[in-house]
Design a protein around this ligand. Structure first.
Ligand code: SAH
Ligand code: DHB
Ligand code: MG
Length: 222
């Protein structure tokens, strides 16, 4: 579902506040040529990630779901000198494309792409004592979101912001009878946020070039 007005407004906003640059354009082109699906965040959404990361003064960022590294570039560019970003990706092919895109962005020393199922790499990070992260962006398989929240909390400190993409899904989030595993995954994610005393959370619904969707935003409280 998309609406011409949403796309036109996105074009207006992107052109002024999130203009493409050769590195970002090349990342999308390389991803498309390598056969990756175009399910990356939009430019203005990438800018949202960047504004948030800068506003938080984030020095350590965790991303779950790399694809071709498009959102990763927006986030990586928000880091101060010495900052670090770890991004988790199940597909070795996606990770290869992302590494090439991140190198073109000059971020190869800042970003580490870690290959594996996040269900496995997150527990390994907890066991290794990694974290806490200042900002965590959850954007992998939607059925995994509830588990990713649990692991993210173990990699957080009070003040950590946990952002999750694609939680409104054209409004399907409001359908209690949905049997779509992605819808059920994000519903369970929202329910888990609601039941979790360690976070305060909300959802911002979005429209634009990519249709009608939304982000869940949570802050870990002390
Ligand atoms: N954040 C990216 C888009 C990510 S798309 C951007 O906006 O540019 C979702 C990605 O999650 C895909 O690359 C997919 O391969 C990956 N993924 C799916 N299941 C996963 C899992 N269990 N663990 C880690 N990554 C997973
Ligand atoms: C899908 C995944 C995403 O992260 C997204 O932003 C859009 C679509 C998908 O799996 O279809
Ligand atoms: Mg997404």
């Amino acid at each position: 579902m998309a609406d011409d007005r949403w796309t036109a407004a996105d074009d207006y906003i992107d052109a002024r506040l999130a203009p493409g640059d050769p590195v970002l354009e090349a990342a999308l082109k390389a991803a498309a040529e390598a056969g990756l699906p175009s399910i990356n965040v939009s430019p203005s959404q990438g800018k949202l990630l960047q504004v948030l990361a800068r506003g938080l003064g984030a020095r350590k960022i965790l991303e779950i779901g790399t694809l071709g590294g498009y959102s990763t570039i927006w986030l990586g560019r928000a880091l101060p000198p010495g900052g670090r970003l770890i991004t988790l990706e199940v597909s070795p092919h996606h990770a290869d494309v992302a590494r090439a895109n991140l190198a073109r962005a000059g971020l190869e020393k800042v970003v580490e792409v870690r290959v594996g199922r996040a269900q496995d790499t997150l527990p390994a990070m907890v066991a290794a004592g990694e974290g806490p992260f200042d900002l965590i962006f959850i954007d992998a398989d939607k059925a995994g979101y509830p588990a990713y929240l649990d692991w993210s909390l173990r990699l957080s400190r009070p003040g950590t912001v946990i952002l999750a993409d694609n939680v409104v899904r054209g409004g399907q989030i409001a359908d209690p009878a949905s049997e779509d595993e992605a819808v059920v995954g994000v519903q369970r994610y929202i329910e888990a946020l609601a039941a979790e005393p360690r976070v305060s959370a909300t959802v911002i619904q979005t429209v634009g070039r990519k249709g009608y969707d939304g982000f869940a935003l949570a802050v870990v409280q002390g």
